[in-house]
Design a protein around this ligand. Structure first.
Ligand SMILES: [Zn+2]
Length: 237
Protein backbone atom coordinates (compact mmCIF):
# COMPACT_ATOMS: atom_id res chain seq x y z
CA UNK A 1 0.00 0.00 0.00
CA UNK A 2 3.04 2.30 -0.23
CA UNK A 3 3.36 5.04 -2.78
CA UNK A 4 -0.19 5.06 -4.14
CA UNK A 5 -0.65 6.53 -7.59
CA UNK A 6 -1.64 10.12 -7.07
CA UNK A 7 -0.54 11.61 -10.36
CA UNK A 8 -2.20 10.66 -13.61
CA UNK A 9 -0.28 7.97 -15.45
CA UNK A 10 2.40 8.62 -18.07
CA UNK A 11 1.52 6.85 -21.37
CA UNK A 12 4.00 4.45 -22.98
CA UNK A 13 6.05 5.79 -25.91
CA UNK A 14 6.70 3.01 -28.42
CA UNK A 15 10.02 2.26 -30.07
CA UNK A 16 10.16 2.94 -33.80
CA UNK A 17 9.65 -0.71 -34.71
CA UNK A 18 6.72 -1.12 -32.33
CA UNK A 19 5.13 2.15 -33.45
CA UNK A 20 5.24 0.86 -37.03
CA UNK A 21 3.61 -2.42 -35.97
CA UNK A 22 0.84 -0.50 -34.18
CA UNK A 23 0.31 1.77 -37.19
CA UNK A 24 -0.09 -1.23 -39.50
CA UNK A 25 -2.47 -2.93 -37.06
CA UNK A 26 -4.60 0.15 -36.58
CA UNK A 27 -4.91 0.66 -40.35
CA UNK A 28 -6.71 -2.69 -40.65
CA UNK A 29 -10.49 -2.81 -41.04
CA UNK A 30 -12.42 -3.26 -37.78
CA UNK A 31 -13.79 -6.57 -39.06
CA UNK A 32 -10.20 -7.86 -39.43
CA UNK A 33 -9.32 -7.10 -35.80
CA UNK A 34 -10.05 -9.24 -32.77
CA UNK A 35 -9.18 -9.20 -29.09
CA UNK A 36 -7.43 -12.55 -29.62
CA UNK A 37 -4.81 -10.84 -31.84
CA UNK A 38 -3.10 -9.87 -28.58
CA UNK A 39 -2.40 -13.53 -27.80
CA UNK A 40 -0.52 -14.32 -31.03
CA UNK A 41 2.78 -15.65 -29.75
CA UNK A 42 4.21 -16.36 -33.20
CA UNK A 43 4.97 -12.74 -34.11
CA UNK A 44 8.24 -11.53 -32.53
CA UNK A 45 7.28 -7.88 -33.20
CA UNK A 46 4.16 -8.30 -31.07
CA UNK A 47 6.08 -10.12 -28.35
CA UNK A 48 8.55 -7.22 -28.18
CA UNK A 49 5.75 -4.62 -28.24
CA UNK A 50 4.00 -6.31 -25.31
CA UNK A 51 7.28 -6.43 -23.42
CA UNK A 52 7.72 -2.67 -23.95
CA UNK A 53 4.21 -1.99 -22.68
CA UNK A 54 4.56 -4.04 -19.51
CA UNK A 55 8.02 -2.73 -18.72
CA UNK A 56 6.90 0.88 -19.08
CA UNK A 57 3.78 0.61 -16.93
CA UNK A 58 5.39 -1.44 -14.18
CA UNK A 59 7.90 1.39 -13.77
CA UNK A 60 5.44 4.27 -14.34
CA UNK A 61 3.05 2.77 -11.75
CA UNK A 62 5.87 1.91 -9.39
CA UNK A 63 4.80 -1.76 -9.24
CA UNK A 64 1.40 -0.69 -7.95
CA UNK A 65 -1.88 -2.05 -9.31
CA UNK A 66 -3.84 0.69 -11.10
CA UNK A 67 -7.09 -0.44 -9.48
CA UNK A 68 -6.46 -1.67 -5.94
CA UNK A 69 -3.16 0.18 -5.40
CA UNK A 70 -1.51 -2.88 -3.88
CA UNK A 71 2.22 -2.90 -4.43
CA UNK A 72 3.83 -6.12 -5.71
CA UNK A 73 7.54 -5.66 -6.31
CA UNK A 74 8.23 -8.52 -8.71
CA UNK A 75 8.98 -8.47 -12.44
CA UNK A 76 7.96 -11.98 -13.39
CA UNK A 77 4.96 -12.26 -15.62
CA UNK A 78 2.97 -14.36 -13.20
CA UNK A 79 2.24 -11.46 -10.86
CA UNK A 80 1.16 -8.84 -13.38
CA UNK A 81 -1.32 -8.51 -16.20
CA UNK A 82 -1.13 -5.92 -18.92
CA UNK A 83 -4.57 -4.45 -18.67
CA UNK A 84 -6.77 -3.02 -21.42
CA UNK A 85 -8.93 -0.51 -19.64
CA UNK A 86 -11.58 -0.69 -22.36
CA UNK A 87 -11.48 -4.49 -22.89
CA UNK A 88 -9.68 -5.66 -26.05
CA UNK A 89 -12.39 -8.22 -26.87
CA UNK A 90 -14.99 -5.46 -27.11
CA UNK A 91 -12.70 -2.76 -28.51
CA UNK A 92 -9.84 -4.34 -30.52
CA UNK A 93 -9.20 -0.96 -32.19
CA UNK A 94 -8.07 0.46 -28.84
CA UNK A 95 -5.71 -2.48 -28.18
CA UNK A 96 -2.46 -0.53 -28.52
CA UNK A 97 -3.62 2.98 -27.62
CA UNK A 98 -1.17 3.95 -24.85
CA UNK A 99 -3.94 5.59 -22.80
CA UNK A 100 -5.94 2.37 -22.87
CA UNK A 101 -3.12 0.42 -21.22
CA UNK A 102 -1.80 -0.06 -17.71
CA UNK A 103 -0.77 -2.97 -15.47
CA UNK A 104 -3.00 -4.50 -12.84
CA UNK A 105 -2.82 -7.38 -10.39
CA UNK A 106 -4.34 -10.72 -11.38
CA UNK A 107 -7.25 -10.35 -8.96
CA UNK A 108 -8.37 -6.96 -10.26
CA UNK A 109 -7.94 -7.99 -13.87
CA UNK A 110 -9.91 -11.18 -13.25
CA UNK A 111 -12.75 -9.35 -11.51
CA UNK A 112 -12.92 -6.59 -14.11
CA UNK A 113 -12.76 -9.05 -17.00
CA UNK A 114 -14.73 -7.82 -20.04
CA UNK A 115 -17.05 -5.47 -18.20
CA UNK A 116 -17.74 -2.28 -20.04
CA UNK A 117 -16.20 0.98 -18.83
CA UNK A 118 -17.35 3.36 -21.56
CA UNK A 119 -20.20 5.80 -21.02
CA UNK A 120 -21.06 5.26 -24.69
CA UNK A 121 -20.51 1.57 -25.49
CA UNK A 122 -20.64 2.14 -29.24
CA UNK A 123 -17.64 4.45 -29.46
CA UNK A 124 -15.57 3.98 -32.61
CA UNK A 125 -12.78 6.51 -31.87
CA UNK A 126 -10.79 6.25 -28.65
CA UNK A 127 -12.40 8.35 -25.87
CA UNK A 128 -9.89 10.72 -24.26
CA UNK A 129 -11.87 12.41 -21.51
CA UNK A 130 -12.67 11.46 -17.95
CA UNK A 131 -16.39 11.90 -18.57
CA UNK A 132 -16.28 9.22 -21.29
CA UNK A 133 -15.67 6.51 -18.64
CA UNK A 134 -17.90 5.05 -15.94
CA UNK A 135 -14.98 4.09 -13.67
CA UNK A 136 -12.13 6.21 -12.41
CA UNK A 137 -9.58 5.89 -15.21
CA UNK A 138 -5.84 5.33 -14.63
CA UNK A 139 -4.95 7.90 -17.32
CA UNK A 140 -7.73 10.47 -17.11
CA UNK A 141 -8.63 10.55 -13.41
CA UNK A 142 -6.72 11.02 -10.18
CA UNK A 143 -7.40 7.92 -8.08
CA UNK A 144 -7.45 9.68 -4.71
CA UNK A 145 -10.21 12.03 -5.87
CA UNK A 146 -12.49 9.08 -6.49
CA UNK A 147 -11.48 6.51 -3.89
CA UNK A 148 -10.12 6.91 -0.41
CA UNK A 149 -7.91 3.99 0.57
CA UNK A 150 -7.68 3.33 4.28
CA UNK A 151 -4.29 1.69 4.23
CA UNK A 152 -4.34 0.36 7.78
CA UNK A 153 -7.46 -1.69 7.16
CA UNK A 154 -7.09 -2.04 3.39
CA UNK A 155 -10.50 -0.60 2.74
CA UNK A 156 -11.80 1.38 -0.18
CA UNK A 157 -14.21 4.23 0.33
CA UNK A 158 -15.88 5.69 -2.70
CA UNK A 159 -15.72 9.47 -3.02
CA UNK A 160 -17.59 9.62 -6.31
CA UNK A 161 -19.82 7.46 -8.49
CA UNK A 162 -16.82 6.61 -10.66
CA UNK A 163 -14.95 5.49 -7.56
CA UNK A 164 -17.90 3.34 -6.49
CA UNK A 165 -18.07 1.82 -9.98
CA UNK A 166 -14.38 0.88 -9.88
CA UNK A 167 -14.71 -0.67 -6.39
CA UNK A 168 -17.58 -2.83 -7.63
CA UNK A 169 -16.04 -3.69 -11.00
CA UNK A 170 -12.69 -4.79 -9.60
CA UNK A 171 -14.19 -6.52 -6.58
CA UNK A 172 -12.20 -4.38 -4.14
CA UNK A 173 -14.50 -5.50 -1.32
CA UNK A 174 -12.64 -8.82 -1.52
CA UNK A 175 -10.28 -7.29 1.02
CA UNK A 176 -13.19 -7.10 3.47
CA UNK A 177 -14.55 -10.55 2.63
CA UNK A 178 -11.07 -11.90 3.30
CA UNK A 179 -11.73 -11.38 7.01
CA UNK A 180 -14.02 -14.39 6.99
CA UNK A 181 -10.86 -16.45 7.37
CA UNK A 182 -9.96 -14.84 10.68
CA UNK A 183 -11.21 -15.73 14.13
CA UNK A 184 -13.09 -12.94 15.83
CA UNK A 185 -10.45 -12.99 18.57
CA UNK A 186 -7.70 -12.43 16.03
CA UNK A 187 -5.77 -9.30 17.07
CA UNK A 188 -5.46 -8.26 13.48
CA UNK A 189 -9.23 -8.30 13.09
CA UNK A 190 -9.77 -6.19 16.21
CA UNK A 191 -7.29 -3.53 15.15
CA UNK A 192 -8.94 -3.29 11.76
CA UNK A 193 -12.36 -2.81 13.34
CA UNK A 194 -10.94 -0.11 15.62
CA UNK A 195 -9.23 1.63 12.70
CA UNK A 196 -12.51 1.61 10.86
CA UNK A 197 -14.39 2.87 13.93
CA UNK A 198 -12.01 5.83 14.07
CA UNK A 199 -12.68 6.50 10.40
CA UNK A 200 -16.41 6.37 11.13
CA UNK A 201 -15.95 8.93 13.89
CA UNK A 202 -14.01 11.19 11.53
CA UNK A 203 -16.30 10.76 8.52
CA UNK A 204 -16.32 13.88 6.41
CA UNK A 205 -19.85 13.57 5.04
CA UNK A 206 -23.07 11.65 5.57
CA UNK A 207 -22.27 9.64 2.43
CA UNK A 208 -18.86 8.67 3.77
CA UNK A 209 -20.41 7.79 7.15
CA UNK A 210 -22.88 5.41 5.50
CA UNK A 211 -20.15 3.85 3.33
CA UNK A 212 -17.89 3.22 6.35
CA UNK A 213 -20.78 1.88 8.44
CA UNK A 214 -21.70 -0.55 5.65
CA UNK A 215 -18.12 -1.82 5.35
CA UNK A 216 -17.92 -2.13 9.14
CA UNK A 217 -21.13 -4.15 9.20
CA UNK A 218 -19.89 -6.45 6.43
CA UNK A 219 -16.59 -6.90 8.22
CA UNK A 220 -18.29 -7.76 11.53
CA UNK A 221 -20.73 -10.12 9.85
CA UNK A 222 -17.94 -11.91 8.03
CA UNK A 223 -15.78 -12.00 11.15
CA UNK A 224 -18.62 -13.47 13.21
CA UNK A 225 -19.38 -16.00 10.50
CA UNK A 226 -15.71 -17.00 10.40
CA UNK A 227 -15.62 -17.43 14.17
CA UNK A 228 -18.89 -19.39 14.15
CA UNK A 229 -17.61 -21.70 11.42
CA UNK A 230 -14.47 -22.32 13.39
CA UNK A 231 -16.47 -23.22 16.50
CA UNK A 232 -18.63 -25.55 14.45
CA UNK A 233 -15.55 -27.29 13.12
CA UNK A 234 -14.23 -27.73 16.65
CA UNK A 235 -17.54 -29.29 17.74
CA UNK A 236 -17.37 -31.74 14.86
CA UNK A 237 -13.88 -32.90 15.80
ZN1 LIG B 1 -5.34 -4.88 -8.03
Amino acid sequence: MNNPITAVLEPVIYSEVSAQFVKTYEAKKLSDKSGADWDDKTNPLLVELKREIKKHYLKAQNYTCAYCQQKIVVDHNGAWDTEHIAPRDSYPSFMFVPENLCVSCKDCNGAKSNKTVLANRNRRSFPRHSKDYTICHPHFDTYSKHIRVIGEAVLYLPRTKKGQALIEMCGLLRFVYGFADYEIADLNFGSKVIALGTELQNAQSAFEQIAIAQILRTMLDEGLRGAALKQLKQLEL
